[in-house]
Design a protein around this ligand. Structure first.
Ligand code: JHZ
Ligand code: ZN
Length: 408
């Protein structure tokens, strides 16, 4: 069900630990009862770096079937995501190195979830197909009109998949490269899906943003790898994919977007500026480990003080990130009464390790807490705007990172 790594998953060099978050249950294992949620198996959660190639990764790989075959994360309908989709499409339209117009591109997205991005992209391209391993979510996407193949995307399944989709002109992989133990096999499979002129867009949480922002909660078992441009482009090149464009997008606390092709060639100027920003990344890891320990301890002490003064606290968002944060600080249902979340699949369930029950956001109007711990901090702006009446009536939000603070 899982394997422990002693060697780098990119180059087989030896890896060393940067920071440990102890043993935690899987972040998206939301359970039907509190008892089940609190007695889940726990796995080591250690951030490591390769001494040879500086690739940042976990030293554990959980079986992808356990992680993803049935999934509770459904891409939310958030304004910041819609804006991001628009800017991603604008970047593709402006991308100077493509060999044919977007409107002629046969497009496939892996890990397409409920089809949220493909639905927005569809009018700009020739055809869209999703590939999504979570059977329950793939069925939702297909029922909503985005044709989605309910399968894992692997090197073994690539010839069968290419038979179904035809040669791909635009291959999209958003926030799923981090989820893969077999990185090289998957990248080779992407190259095999592409037509000769095809391009691939990869988007993932950006390592430098994670480190600079003290975002230790981005570390959970689904996130096996943590990408910088240097490490990602080296890995892609070894699998026949050449990065020609890179930029940093604001979503999910800072995400790297790269565009690559099989032929390679010139790179965009944004690519060069991202590249030069990464000079110090190995030093940044040490600072991050220091900051993580301080934030975990500081947050727990601040919340204990607040609760001791009579405050009631819920989390805002039943996020994967939030479960790392709750388990690292040791907070449970005894301290945090509920987690509010807009995802119907999560509501009524209990968070792994902490046993906190997930309820709908509607609870805010009749049973509001003193403060919300903002575990969906990547949507801070829109959540704060949505909860303006709560805030006007004295309700507060606690921003956990990089140092805990009360938002007014
Ligand atoms: P959000 C997931 O991480 C898991 P999580 C995964 N491994 C990954 O890589 C990233 O996504 C990309 C809710 N919400 O996006 C909806 C509200 O309740 O931060 C979501 O459950 N009200 C695939 O889980 C959660 O918050 C709102 O107004 O850390 C946000 O989850 C909004 C906007 C969201 O991802
Ligand atoms: Zn390595």
């Amino acid at each position: 069900m899982y394997r422990i790594l002693t060697q780098c998953r990119a180059c087989s060099g030896s890896i060393r630990q940067v920071v440990s978050l102890g043993h935690t249950p899987l972040a998206n294992s939301l359970m039907a009862t509190r008892g089940e949620a609190m007695s889940l198996p726990k796995f080591p959660l250690n951030l490591c770096v390769c001494e040879q190639c500086s690739f940042v990764q976990l030293d554990v790989a959980i079986d992808s079937k356990v992680l993803f075959e049935h999934y509770v994360y459904v891409t939310p309908n958030a304004r910041s995501l819609q804006l991001h989709y628009d800017s991603l499409i604008a970047a593709l339209l402006a991308y100077p190195f493509k060999k044919k117009p977007l409107t002629e591109m046969n497009t496939v997205e892996m890990g397409s979830n409920n089809g949220a991005f493909l639905r927005v992209l569809r009018p700009h391209v020739k055809r869209v197909v999703g590939i999504e391993p979570a059977k329950n979510i793939a069925a939702m996407a297909t029922a909503d009109g985005v044709s989605t193949i309910p399968e894992f995307f692997t090197e073994q399944s690539v010839s069968d998949l290419r038979g179904k989709t035809g040669p791909v002109d635009l291959f999209v992989a958003r926030h799923c490269m981090a989820h893969l133990d077999d990185l090289r096999g998957t990248l080779r499979a992407i190259a095999a899906m592409l037509s000769d002129d095809g391009i691939v867009v990869i988007e993932n949480a950006y390592l430098k943003a994670t480190l600079d922002g003290g975002q230790f909660d981005q570390i959970y078992h689904e996130h096996m790898s943590y990408f910088a441009l240097r490490s990602l482009s080296r890995l892609m090149r070894s699998c026949g994919l050449h990065v020609q464009h890179a930029h940093i997008a604001p979503v999910h606390g800072g995400s790297i977007v790269v565009i690559a092709s099989k032929v390679g060639g010139p790179v965009s100027c944004e690519h060069d500026s991202v590249w030069s920003d990464e000079e110090q990344i190995v030093d940044d890891l040490q600072q991050f480990a220091f900051m993580t320990r301080a934030t975990v301890g500081g947050l727990r002490a601040a919340l204990d003080g607040f609760i001791g003064d009579g405050a009631t606290i819920y989390t805002y968002g039943a996020t994967a990130k939030g479960n790392t944060l709750l388990n690292a600080t040791g907070l449970t249902w005894r301290e945090v009464k509920y987690a509010v979340d807009s995802t119907p699949l999560k509501q009524g369930r209990f968070l792994p390790g902490s046993g906190i029950q997930v309820v709908s956001e509607d609870i805010v109007s009749d049973r509001a807490p003193t403060a919300f711990l903002l575990t969906a901090w990547n949507y801070a702006e829109e959540i704060l705007a949505k909860q303006e009446p709560y805030r006007k009536s004295g309700g507060r939000f606690i921003m956990p990172l990089p140092t805990p603070r009360l938002l007014r």
